[in-house]
Design a protein around this ligand. Sequence first.
Ligand code: HEC
Length: 153
Amino acid sequence: MKKSVARIALAIVALSLASAASAQVKPEDQIKFRKAGYGFMSWNMGKIKTNLEGTYDAAQVTAAANAIAGIANSGMGALYGPGTDKAVGNQKTRVKPELFQNMQEVGKLAGDFNSAANNLAKVAASGDAAAVKTAFGDLGKTCKACHDKFREE
Ligand code: HEC
């Protein structure tokens, strides 16, 4: 009896999670979340850079690389919905309007970024600092490639 109640409760939780995941995120929140994601990746990129320039702590680098890959794989494209091409509410944005007219190119840049982030996480797990340095540089290039095209100064 107790067991089935728990199972029903779990099913309800699963259902509400599913609807929360598919619920439309307000444009204002889409901008907020994407900026937060980029900012959080940037913090982790900084940690990896510090490790590469100083004492290399493989555990910290792996954790940072995994955090970046997690965000890269989270489907950030969903945060570029209609109405997010300019400031909404109290959320400013630096996205260039061109991004919304060039989704195919954005998809390519995002794909490169995704692969590079996953590669960095893989290489970080190996603990090979020299290889991490290369993978880190490769990832940084994919961030810059998108910014150069689709982010305001
Ligand atoms: C596919 C395009 C794309 C990729 C890849 C990308 N960015 Fe960005 N980034 C943007 C855009 C567009 C903005 C502006 C977002 C906004 O203001 O709404 C931005 C904003 C930022 C910001 C400012 C966030 C804020 O609070 O305003 C930082 C920091 C940043 N990106 C870091 C990174 C890092 C680090 C990477 C790679 C690990 C990366 N980005 C990869 C497109 C990209």
